[in-house]
Design a binder for this molecule. Structure first.
Ligand code: ZN
Ligand code: ZN
Length: 225
């Protein structure tokens, strides 16, 4: 029961499709008007939107929930989110996260001044806390709470060695996977240490391409110095 993970490029952020026993699990739901991207991706596998049985939201930011309302309507899938982000999802808006370095601090301040990040509100079906097992979907999968980027950020570990980590890690730079935005930097590093304890081999970030354990460990060691 080794589940396969595939990356779907949604323009700004990545979504991931996991093959489960009775259908597909989608992780994150892109920007608005991106349902067609998911639908086209599925049709290449001779599947359609109705084959999605669960949508996991790594965290409630507009670039990860933009097409969630439309996808939920077309798939009938259950939506899973951390309990700390349930209200944000139901209200349909979030604040731009805080910057972690000089330039992103400015971007964050400006973004919050200019506009609110709005999206179509969704009522989740499942809320999780510290840990959630995905065995009922016929896969070896677990969800862990990894706060820092936001208070209710979660990561999905598949087969004990692949981790879909949302914006807890960013793969934009050649030598670092530290996110440019995080509401709580201390919590973020605690979550990184928690992730390290799982010894995952491959990392599937919300932004950028898939990377290996080595790059994660190197960035963590630098941050701990
Ligand atoms: Zn993002
Ligand atoms: Zn984010």
């Amino acid at each position: 029961m080794s589940a396969v993970i595939q990356q779907i490029e949604m323009g700004k952020a990545n979504s991931y499709l996991i093959e489960a026993k009775n259908g597909y699990i989608l992780v994150d739901a892109g920007m608005p008007d991106q349902v067609d991207i998911v639908s086209r991706f599925l049709s290449k596998k001779n599947a359609d939107l109705e084959d999605i049985i669960l949508i996991i939201i790594t965290h409630v930011h507009y670039d990860h929930v933009g097409s969630l309302a439309a996808l939920k309507e077309k798939t009938n899938a259950e939506v899973l989110v951390h309990k700390k982000e349930k209200e944000l999802l139901e209200n349909g808006k979030t604040e731009f996260p805080e910057g972690t370095v000089f330039i992103s601090k400015i971007i964050s301040k400006l973004s919050n001044l200019i506009s609110e990040s709005k999206f179509k509100a969704v009522t989740p079906d499942i809320t999780v806390d510290d840990y959630y097992d995905l065995k009922q979907y016929g896969i070896k999968g677990e969800i862990i709470h990894t706060p820092g980027h936001t208070g209710g950020s979660i990561s999905v570990i598949i087969n004990g060695e692949d981790i879909i980590c949302g914006d807890t890690l960013f793969n934009f730079m050649p030598h670092s996977v530290y996110p440019p935005f995080a509401n709580n930097k201390d919590e973020l590093i605690e979550s990184w240490q928690k992730i390290k304890s799982y010894n995952c081999k491959r990392f599937y970030p919300g932004h950028g391409s898939i990377f290996t354990e080595e790059k994660f460990i190197k960035t963590l060691e630098k941050k701990l110095q």
